[in-house]
Design a protein around this ligand. Structure first.
Ligand code: DI6
Ligand code: FE
Length: 411
């Protein structure tokens, strides 16, 4: 490729990017004065402005004005496509009822299933877009979107189509996940084994064939599916070419982390009740631990994920919103970072890596997004802050100056 064909140089930034796998993420955050060259949406080089201008004469210049530049943020766990709302359940929980008891009385996930099944594709898109826009306004350039509130073939495909449509209508990347094992559909009358059988034989093959799902997810929990059931379901998903993720050990220790690791899952998410064995299994498998402090906060959970053990074992930790109508009605990744810092003790660099390189790994996209390096998509966030710590510290601030997706700045 001729060196003169760079389309843009992002100049005068103070750049933070993680070096995945590097030790000492919890230590000081270093920021380098760097220019970034971009061509056809991808980063081609970074270095001194003078050098890049010599290498790419005629490139357009974008002046970051000395601002902090980070990789675009990645929200790697959301249920942002859904219908209805569950504010009434929030009131019930505040009156003392538990999430589990609300779920067992037909509320919880199943209440969102009823609303989502009744919604059209257009309604699903229209209700999700304001939530998506709130994330974009905080520098998010890639979003994972799960299905799982349809629990039958047509409404699950509709949710996944809505997710793909959102990617067409906004400047962002969307990774879709078929959350086929979220809850037992009501029409199965308590017959979990029957639904597992149907998932393996009928639903997973059909969703995989649709090409609408990039990965598969399950909820391993007392209110959802047991570990042996998830093991069967994962085997079917993998046989159909889908990589797996797991909602693991959120409300109780179901040994979900171990199960996820056994299946070489991309990620195990939540992990409040994960024990040392589970942490060791994640480390061996290279599975990302996705921390979801929004759900922890809204459920007033007391048990914290084993962050120190994860850190010691070198398990990459990501941070996500878990945006969902029941346990985490949260559309702010910056707030999730703040909660991860305050409630779970993550450092600034851990929070930043958690929404960039480690979030990318949780989606299997670490070779394309999440760091600022040649060959990666030029997805960036330019911030009106002096130090990275402000992104974690300043709750409710609106620090984004500009977002770049695939090399293009937002208007
Ligand atoms: N993610 C989930 O999928 C479940 N909890 C969580 O953190 C249930 C979400 C819901 O109640 O709708
Ligand atoms: Fe979730």
């Amino acid at each position: 490729m001729p060196a003169t064909s760079a389309t843009r140089i992002i100049a005068n930034g103070r750049v933070w990017t993680a070096v995945p796998g590097a030790a000492g993420l919890g230590a000081a955050v270093s920021v380098l004065p760097l220019a970034i060259a971009e061509q056809q949406g991808r980063i081609t080089a970074s270095g001194a402005l003078h050098d890049l201008q010599q290498r790419y004469p005629g490139a357009a210049l974008y002046d970051a004005g000395g601002r902090l530049v980070t990789p675009g943020f990645i929200d790697c766990h959301t249920h942002i496509v859904h219908a209805g709302n569950r504010a009434a359940e929030f009131e019930r929980r505040r009156a003392g009822e538990s999430y589990q008891s609300i779920a067992q009385s037909g509320g919880g996930i199943l209440s969102t299933v009823r609303a989502t099944r009744a919604a059209s594709l257009q309604q699903l898109i229209d209700t999700a877009l304001p939530r998506v826009d709130a994330l974009l306004a905080e520098g998010v350039t890639t979003l994972e979107i799960k299905s799982g509130y349809g629990l039958d073939l047509d409404p699950e495909l509709r949710m996944l189509r809505a997710a793909r449509a959102i990617a067409d209508q906004r400047a962002l990347g969307v990774a879709t996940t078929y959350l086929g094992a979220h809850a037992l559909p009501p029409e199965h009358g308590g017959d979990a084994e029957g639904y597992v059988e149907r998932l393996c034989k009928e639903l997973i093959p059909a969703v995989a064939a649709s090409g609408l799902a990039d990965a598969f997810d399950a909820y391993c929990e007392s209110v959802a599916f047991t570990a042996p059931q998830v093991a069967r379901i994962f085997a079917a998903a993998q046989a159909h070419g889908l990589r797996v993720k797991l909602h693991a050990d959120q409300l109780s220790n179901m040994h979900g982390a171990r199960l996820a690791a056994q299946h070489h899952a991309l990620s195990a998410d939540h992990l409040e009740y994960t024990d040392e064995d589970g942490v060791a299994a994640l480390a061996r498998a290279g599975t990302v631990a996705v921390l979801l402090p929004g759900a922890f906060y809204f459920l007033r959970e007391r048990q914290r994920p084993p962050v120190e053990a994860l850190r010691r074992a070198g398990v990459p930790m990501a941070v996500a919103t878990d945006c969902n109508p029941g346990t985490s009605p949260l559309t702010s990744l910056l707030t999730a970072m703040n909660l991860a810092a305050v409630e779970f003790g993550l450092g600034t660099a851990e929070c930043l890596a958690g929404v960039t390189c480690h979030a990318a790994r949780a989606l299997g996209l670490q070779d394309a997004i999440g760091t600022i390096a040649p060959g990666m998509w030029c997805d960036l966030a330019v911030w009106n802050v002096e130090q990275p710590a402000e992104l974690v510290n300043n709750l409710g601030a609106r620090p984004l100056h500009r977002r770049f997706w695939h090399g293009q700045p937002d208007a």
